[in-house]
Ligand binder design. Structure first.
Ligand SMILES: [Zn+2]
Length: 180
């Protein structure tokens, strides 16, 4: 919001709330509805309400939680994968090479989940990149792996992309309200 005191031309009347030009006869601002001719109390009430709408904290919190949950679900999925491999490959001497990568990914996604409350966009973008790298490495090592669990993979990628959308909105809300 611009401060009307710093605007270049003092001869033009501007709305206190949105700094759009207003006509002297206007009772309400045509742009934002600010009560130009209202009492001081009306005007303060309007500004207060407008700030509430801008910040919309519950929505902001919901999106942060949603982004973090994406990672916790993924971590859970990798733990399940890891356990699954552990039980079907138990007699294989190379069992750890199947189990460990899944557990490591689970830990990485848990860390991303915890950190995503602070840096949601960076965390989700890293998470998506990491997941795609894992898929590509698996596909190079074993081309048949592309098709296995394809629906689950699409769901996971969809979930992360949705998370990126939420994170972008979070960044927007942060920027608009100067939350760092
Ligand atoms: Zn206005």
């Amino acid at each position: 919001m611009e401060n009307p005191a710093t605007l270049p031309s003092p001869s033009v009347e501007r709305c206190y709330a949105c700094a759009k030009e207003v006509a002297n006869a206007d009772v309400y601002c045509n742009n934002c509805g600010y009560p130009l001719k209202g009492t001081e109390w009306d005007q303060k009430k309007f500004i207060g309400k407008q700030n509430e709408v801008d910040i919309n904290l519950p929505e902001f919190q919901k999106r942060l939680t949603h982004a973090a949950n994406s990672f916790y679900y993924l971590a859970g999925a990798f733990i399940v994968y890891g356990l699954f491999y552990f039980f079907i490959k138990m007699d294989d001497p190379g069992v750890l090479s199947f189990v460990l990568p899944n557990f490591i990914l689970a830990i990485v996604f848990l860390v991303l989940g915890a950190y995503s409350k602070i840096k949601p966009l960076a965390c989700i973008v890293s998470g998506l990149c990491l997941y795609i790298i894992v898929l590509v490495l698996n596909a190079v090592g074993n081309p048949a792996s592309i098709a296995s669990g394809i629906i689950l993979k699409i769901i996971i990628i969809g979930y992360l992309v949705k998370g990126i959308k939420s994170a972008l909105e979070i960044e927007k809300i942060k920027k608009e309200n100067n939350i760092s």
